[in-house]
Design a protein around this ligand. Structure first.
Ligand SMILES: [Ca+2]
Ligand SMILES: [Ca+2]
Length: 409
């Protein structure tokens, strides 16, 4: 299903996050969070567990071996979006030690890879004729659905649906000489529902990592910002070149939680531990998706390391850009026994494949500059989201991991 643009009811690729109404409809595991609310001083936990400095891969942090509680953050802990509802049951996971990048991979990093290898990303290449034909069918279906909605909508919703029809029609007319990427685009009218992502995403065929929002934008103005508009394969290719790999979903979450047990934020229990309106992550402030007041200083991506690290010393593990991990996405992945509890790698491709599904979804984690603290809270460490691998977007990037050898448990 390339390009979520053509679908009406994608539930999770939205802010991409969708919010559900009602606060208490999330079933939890019954596990009670620890009462300890103390914060760990940022950057302190990793040092005592690290291999010697001479063995430390540049820019990486050692996450020690051990168990942690994976999942959660909804209900009383904060978020109630689809991203959180799929993060149950909370379960204990055992991981070997591993290294993980302290930051998201930046444009500066990615440019070195491209220069060395000549790699061309998915967004920069043309779509196959088969894919284009399938997309035309999908767009036609979506337009029929939208026009049906018009027949039954309220006067207030009419303008929003008409604007959405226009976006889908425009997207379906594009020649798509290159695949391009999905770019956030503020709606011109009120939303007619909270799930049709066409209202705030726009297909930009010229957008890619070099031109994050298309013509007039350049990675060269954002050298230390995270690379965006990449797919799983693009991220894998970079990781392989760098002698690394993508983290598993479990590794990512253990790293994100920073050694803290079942707390709602990567930095602890409180949203503002350093004082009122001192933001700990680059997220969205203001009325989603119409008015980003950018109280944290950034409307879109920020340079990595702009915000404080979590207790393991990881930057932007909450917010800035969603991060692609290696697992296939299944909404019930945590309840599937096949995932295992020691170094789990997630469900198999066969387990996640749906009849008629063209693109197998991957997992992204950590939220982005589009995540609102009153909407999806996708930046909480338990939140998880599917990633349509044919829909690279300007709020999705990645960081890399590496096996840790010579580490004594
Ligand atoms: Ca922001
Ligand atoms: Ca991030």
């Amino acid at each position: 299903m390339r390009f979520l643009m053509f679908f009406l009811t994608t539930t999770a690729l939205s802010c991409g996050c969708s919010q559900n109404s009602g606060k208490d409809n999330v079933s939890t595991s019954g596990v009670v969070p620890k009462a300890d609310t103390s914060l760990v001083e940022p950057g302190t936990l990793h040092a005592e567990n690290a291999e010697s400095e001479s063995e430390r891969p540049p820019g990486m942090v050692l996450i020690p071996a051990g168990k942690f509680h994976m999942g959660g953050d909804a209900g009383e802990m904060g978020g109630n979006s689809h991203s959180h509802q799929t993060s149950y049951p909370i379960h204990e996971v055992m991981l070997d030690a591993f290294w993980i990048d302290a930051t998201e991979v930046t444009n500066r990093d990615f440019a070195k890879f491209v220069e060395a290898t000549g790699y061309v990303t998915f967004a920069e290449k043309p779509l196959s004729k088969k894919t284009r034909d399938e997309l035309k069918l999908a767009a036609a279906y979506n337009l029929r659905q939208l026009k049906q909605e018009l027949l039954h909508c309220s006067p207030d919703q009419k303008k929003a649906i008409e604007a959405t029809i226009e976006r889908v029609e425009n997207a379906s007319k594009l020649s798509q000489a290159t695949a391009g990427a999905i770019v956030f685009s503020k709606p011109k009218s009120e939303l007619y529902n909270s799930t049709d992502i066409n209202q705030w995403w726009r297909l930009e065929p010229t957008a890619n990592w070099r031109m994050p929002e298309g013509p007039g934008t350049s990675w060269k103005d954002r050298m230390d910002h995270p690379v965006v508009n990449v797919t799983y394969e693009d991220a894998q290719a970079y990781a392989k070149w760098a002698g690394k790999r993508l983290p598993t979903e479990a590794e990512w979450e253990k790293a994100a939680r920073g050694g803290l047990d079942r707390l709602p934020y990567a930095w602890g229990r409180e949203m503002f531990p350093e004082g009122k309106d001192i933001w700990m992550a680059n997220i969205w402030q203001g009325e989603w998706p119409h008015n980003n007041i950018a109280s944290d200083g950034y409307v879109m991506t920020s340079p990595v390391k702009t915000f404080p690290p979590n207790p393991f010393g990881l930057y932007d593990i909450a917010g800035n850009v969603w991060e692609i991990v290696s697992d296939y996405y299944h909404p019930q992945a945590y309840a599937m026994k096949s995932a295992g509890t020691r170094n789990p790698k997630g469900p198999s491709r066969q387990q996640v494949a749906q009849p008629g599904q063209r693109v197998i979804l991957r997992v992204t984690r950590g939220g982005s500059f589009l995540c609102s603290d009153v909407w999806c809270k996708g930046y909480q460490p338990g939140a998880r989201q599917p990633f349509d691998n044919e829909s690279p977007s300007n709020h999705t990037g990645f960081r890399c991991a590496m096996d840790a050898i010579n580490v004594v448990d």
